[in-house]
Write a protein that binds this ligand. Structure first.
Ligand code: SF4
Length: 490
């Protein structure tokens, strides 16, 4: 079986558009303008997030004091990030003591090179992979394919993404946007099987295809949810058991992990594992939680003979160097902030075009990939604060979006028209006379707009982007000032 059997020109594009080589902000606008009015997309997402809300509310109820647990989780991660250098060195020393190998990757290219070197040395022709956003971040599958190594995704959601040649839609729920019918269509087209829309049957088909891959794979690639400094272990949490098979059956296990995943003590998992499960999927605990501390020892019958952990920076130290926004590195990737974000639920995960979508993705991507090209994501927010409210490690997400906006303005990454508009707005706000005049101009503008029936769209106006899917708000016939001057003081 090959999950990548179909030629690339049959790629199912996430946005239904040809991939255009255009600036990221313009691509974002095009993609989100397609997704936002798509009512079927909204229905699917509403169903998925509706189930999630109910489950989370129930799971939170099992904590004696959920708010205190959030404080504790935030404290653990803050301590880890503030002393990252010490904890990483401690992790490295302990993991080496256990017989594991530690590699440091400064960039995505370094990470890919190290993995391919390990694979070539082991004579690997295909690898089994469990879900890992770090490998998505470095585009590992493409690099492995170019090196002649077939990567096989073994998490069901990621497997479906791989069959569809599309990136994960959500960093916890990769196919949140698909219905059972969509998945059945994909299986029929890519695996040439008789059609079924029964979820259990679809899962069984995938299971059968993947089992053989585990048996024959020489190398397994995973990420990790946590790096435990005092134990020199990595912690992996999952629901399907495929990660366990990926790291225990092949001879070589490679884990690619971002350096921010460090936690000081094994005991910290007693807080972080339930917090991750509750916020991420509304479970009390995720089904399988594994700790891996080294390769197979003398006398042991299973586990890999070689165990490699690659500690990846890839821009994270830029975020850590910023004392004001460093706390964003505390993220445990539970995905809760995506599930409650009205913008994510409107434009969808693929519009972001980033590894990490939603509010936290909008905060960290400008640090990881450059503020100039990715500043637009920080404007994709209603600043309602839902994200901050649900974050299990208390990251002040929506204020970080404001800080990114401020940094973009300070760095002069805004357009001249934007600067001009805001300068005019500032002048108007500071002068009662100008403010009143602006109000009058707006009323004259609205009168002309109505008279010329511009809402019909027969002449393009600067308001088209707004009015295409919304009604233009009516300006009051009389301003508050006018009302106050005549009747308000009676
Ligand atoms: S920022 Fe907070 S809510 Fe969002 S994914 Fe990270 S830990 Fe979860």
């Amino acid at each position: 079986m090959s999950a990548t059997a179909e030629p690339k020109d049959q790629t199912i594009l996430p946005h239904g558009l040809p991939i255009l080589n255009m600036p990221h902000d313009q691509q974002f606008k095009i993609d989100s303008n397609i997704k936002a009015p798509d009512l079927e997309h909204r229905r699917v997402l509403r169903k998925a997030t509706g189930t999630y809300y109910t489950a989370v509310a129930k799971a939170k109820g099992r904590f004696l004091n959920h708010e205190e647990a959030r404080n504790r989780a935030a404290h653990i991660k803050r301590d880890a990030i503030e002393h990252l250098d010490q904890y990483l060195e401690q992790f490295e020393a302990n993991l080496k003591k256990n017989g594991g190998h530690v590699h440091w990757a400064e960039t995505a290219d370094d990470a890919v090179r190290i993995i391919i070197e390990i694979a070539k040395k082991a004579g690997v022709s295909h690898t089994v992979k469990s879900k890992s956003m770090a490998t998505e971040e470095v585009h590992l599958n493409d690099a492995l394919e170019k090196a002649g190594i077939e990567p096989v995704e073994t998490d069901l959601g990621e497997y479906i993404c791989q069959l569809r040649h599309e990136p994960p839609y959500h960093f916890v729920t990769p196919v949140m946007h698909l219905t059972t019918k969509d998945i059945a269509d994909t299986f029929v087209r890519q695996l040439h099987i008789p059609r079924t829309e029964v979820p259990e049957e679809l899962a069984n088909i995938a299971r059968e295809k993947l089992r053989q891959q585990f048996v024959t794979a020489v190398m397994g690639i995973t990420g990790a949810n946590f790096l435990v400094a005092d134990a020199g272990m990595i912690a992996i949490t999952e629901n399907e058991g495929n990660a366990r098979l990926s790291f225990s059956m092949p001879d070589v296990h490679v884990a690619l992990v971002g350096i921010e995943k460090i936690v000081p003590r094994l005991a910290d998992l007693a807080t972080l594992w339930p917090m991750l499960a509750t916020s991420g999927t509304g479970q009390h605990l995720t089904c399988y939680n594994s700790l891996i501390g080294g390769p197979r020892r003398e006398g042991e019958t299973d586990g890999p003979r070689e165990f490699h952990v690659i500690l990846m920076d890839n821009g994270r130290t830029k975020l850590l160097a910023d004392p004001e926004q460093r706390e964003a590195a505390q993220c445990i990737r539970c995905g809760a902030c995506l599930n409650v974000c009205p913008i994510f639920k409107s434009v969808g995960g693929h519009s972001y075009d980033t590894t990490y979508q939603g509010p936290i993705g909008s905060v960290i991507t400008p640090h990881l990939r450059g503020l100039k090209d990715w500043k637009h994501l920080s404007y994709a927010s209603s600043l309602c604060g839902n994200c901050t409210e649900v974050c299990p490690v208390r990251i002040d997400i929506h204020h970080h979006l404001l800080r990114n906006r401020r940094n973009a303005v300070t760095a002069h990454f805004t357009t001249w028209s934007e600067r001009f508009a805001f300068r005019m707005w500032m002048k108007g706000m500071k002068s009662p006379f100008l403010y009143r005049m602006l109000g009058r101009f707006a009323r004259v503008g609205q009168f002309c707009y109505d008279l010329l029936r511009l809402d019909k769209g027969w002449i393009p106006t600067p308001l088209d982007g707004w009015t295409k899917s919304r009604t233009l708000p009516r300006i009051a016939k009389r301003s508050f000032h006018e009302w106050w001057d005549t009747e308000g003081q009676r």
